[in-house]
Ligand binder design. Sequence first.
Ligand code: MG
Length: 445
Amino acid sequence: MRKLLVSISGVRGVVGEGLTPEVVLRYALAFGRFCNGSKVVLGRDSRPSGEMLKSAVVSGLLASGCDVIDLGICPTPTVEIAAEDSKAYGVVITASHNPIQWNGLKFIGPDGIFLSPEQVGKVFRMAKSSRLGSKSWNRLGRIRVEESWIQKHVQKILQLKYIDTKRIRKRKPKVVLDCNNGAASSIAPMLLQALGCRVVELSCELSGFFTHSPEPLPENLRALCRKVKQAKADIGFALDPDGDRLAVVSEKGTPLGEEKTLVLAAKLVLGKNPGDMAVNISTSRMIDEVAREFGVKVHRTPVGEAFVSRTLRRTKGIIGGEGNGGVILPELHLGRDGLLAMALILEYLAESEKPVSGLSNELPSYYMVKKKIDLKGDLEPKTNRLRRFFSKAKVNHMDGMRFDFADSWVHVRKSNTEPVVRIIAEAKSKVQANKLANEAINIVS
Ligand code: MG
């Protein structure tokens, strides 16, 4: 497949196929022109292809007259924080949860937020232009290395009013940490040690050679689950390759499911500071029940961090994110942050004095299935069939189609980041959730 996936989430492709140095250079030149030669912070995840692609990105940015601040290997949220604090644009070289042969670019504005669909569209149009060239020798940008941003990121988390570092340090939680050799491999142990955790590291090297399929779904976390049990740990954490998503494993070695990450973090934060939330349309209904508990409102958005961040900013939301394990606390910065999520959950654990399994059992009980099927042809013609089949449901067209029933729902949408259709169903029972998902799959496949 030579395809390049171009979406609100940036550019992604298979290295050497859709994603070549020429392609990346073109996007870097376009982004450099888009930001008019401003300062750009640049980070990358640990994928082996990152170094090669970085050279192309740096070349494009310097040629456009942008000064580049090189952050080295670091998570996406660290780049977002550096962009906001430095009032600089940002680029992250990452394909997030996609497999190792993939890589890509994420684009950030000087507010530390992913570019809006309009802004991304402008960059993409510029990338198609034939007039992308270099400035003359005396108008090129310069490059500066700043590797201290992961320390600054850790400090900012420790200083949050929601985190009582003394309380967590006193409890000395034993944590098994699975970074899958991704970008969080140095910052995540650093944060946990600062919180006084006893850390058991699993794949915490910045090699980018993933030890398991990188999406932090329960089926990919078997080694982590085993290790939590074996080490008699209090909790297990798994981060995706660019550190913006977090999955939690209980002390019993059971994955909680990514959806519970945001729910646990929201319970802690809203308990101290009740206020509105923003989440994407495929996030669990558990979040609506938590909102009801605290008497706050949930704003739903299309899938994609850029939408959630902007809605949180507009509604002055207290916390939000995506059900895929992405927690956003606007007070820290307006982007999903797996490191932040770890700290919030450890605080909740320390305050509650209950085990993770106990906290998990207290949450509203829903069963969610997340499936994906290869996208064959266009999804559009099949939507009428879906609508006919689920005719008794309330339909939401915000992003793909979501069909809501009294105590269940199913959401069908084209992925922004992979050539697949995602089908997510949630119900009070496993049987019902699977039934809904399979019905939708039968229609769209
Ligand atoms: Mg990610």
